[in-house]
Design a protein around this ligand. Structure first.
Ligand code: G1P
Length: 290
């Protein structure tokens, strides 16, 4: 039996330089995507997949993230006094239960691999998920949920992948794979931010991972890779020599909120999907396009 995936790491220490000036004094993870911060959508995705504990790897100026996932007594009190029960209940119901969040600081911006390594003591000796909150995935069944189901079938380490045009591969981690079994395939190679001519395929790593705890050993001694940063992809490449890695081409659409186009696309996509307002928003967009 594969051990249950109970914990998730959310690296939220980055500066968000691609979406300045919006992120000058607001963490990029707190930028609203329709009616809630981006990171809230990611936490919802993880909760749907059965995650019980969240490890946020934060940096300086990120305290609004921990405030967001805490009670807001003055606000709740004011809503209660004003009889705004619907809003009050929404705030109270959206919180993961007390004690289910940990916050660790990544003291220096040494890269994604280093950020994940900072969570090692809280994760301990069990498999865990990593969700990059830059990436939002809209799907019928949440992306991480699909990955957990794949993990229950094949075990090992699982990475979510999606096709990108070849001229964009150099912005991502890219995999090579063996024979597909449905939408799951064994990974045979992976490389972080390859030049187009060296990319082993057009399948990019989309920022969702299920990893075995042995990854921390690989991260501990990991040297700097692409961009001078300690890369998670390099550590996974090392672990691949000892453990099985599978990719899942998930069902759903992913948005890279770290870029201005991706962020705008995500905002529109989530607004258009809203049960109450989606129809009105479609009318607004159509009018603007005329
Ligand atoms: C990170 C990962 C990369 C992955 C990407 C997904 O890169 O290192 O493998 O493809 O996220 O968004 P970053 O966007 O932090 O440069």
């Amino acid at each position: 039996m594969n051990k249950k995936i109970r914990k998730a790491v959310l690296p939220v220490a980055g500066f968000g330089t691609r979406v300045l000036p919006a992120t000058k004094s607001l963490p990029k993870e707190m930028l609203p995507v329709f009616d809630r911060p981006a990171v809230h959508w990611v936490v919802e995705e993880a909760l749907e997949a059965g995650i019980e504990h969240f490890v946020f790897v934060t940096g300086r100026n990120k305290s609004s993230i921990s405030d967001y996932f805490d009670r807001a007594f003055e606000l709740e009190e004011t809503l209660a006094r004003a009889g705004k029960i619907k809003q009050l209940e929404m705030l109270q119901n959206m919180l993961p239960v007390a004690g289910s969040k940990s916050f660790v600081r990544q003291q220096s911006p040494l890269g994604l691999g280093h950020a994940v390594w900072c969570a090692r003591d809280i994760i301990g000796d069990e498999p865990f998920a990593v969700l990059l909150p830059d990436v939002l995935v809209q799907a019928q069944k949440s992306c991480l949920h699909q990955m957990v189901e794949a993990y229950e079938k094949v075990g090992g380490n699982i990475i979510a992948v999606d096709q990108v045009p070849m001229d964009q591969v150099s912005s991502y981690g890219v995999i090579a794979h063996g024979e597909r079994n449905g939408n799951i395939m064994p990974i045979t190679d992976m490389v972080e931010k390859p030049k187009q001519e060296n990319a082993p395929s057009n399948l990019k790593i989309t920022g969702r991972y299920i990893l075995q705890p042995e990854i921390f050993k690989c991260l501990e001694t990991q040297e700097r890779g692409a961009g001078g940063e300690i890369q998670l992809t390099d550590a996974m490449h090392q672990l691949m020599k000892m453990q099985k890695f599978s990719a899942i081409e998930f069902d759903g659409e992913d948005f890279d909120c770290g870029s201005r186009e991706g962020y705008t696309e995500a905002f529109l996509a989530y607004a258009l999907k809203d049960e109450d307002l989606g129809g009105n928003i479609r009318t607004i967009v159509e009018r603007l396009l005329k």
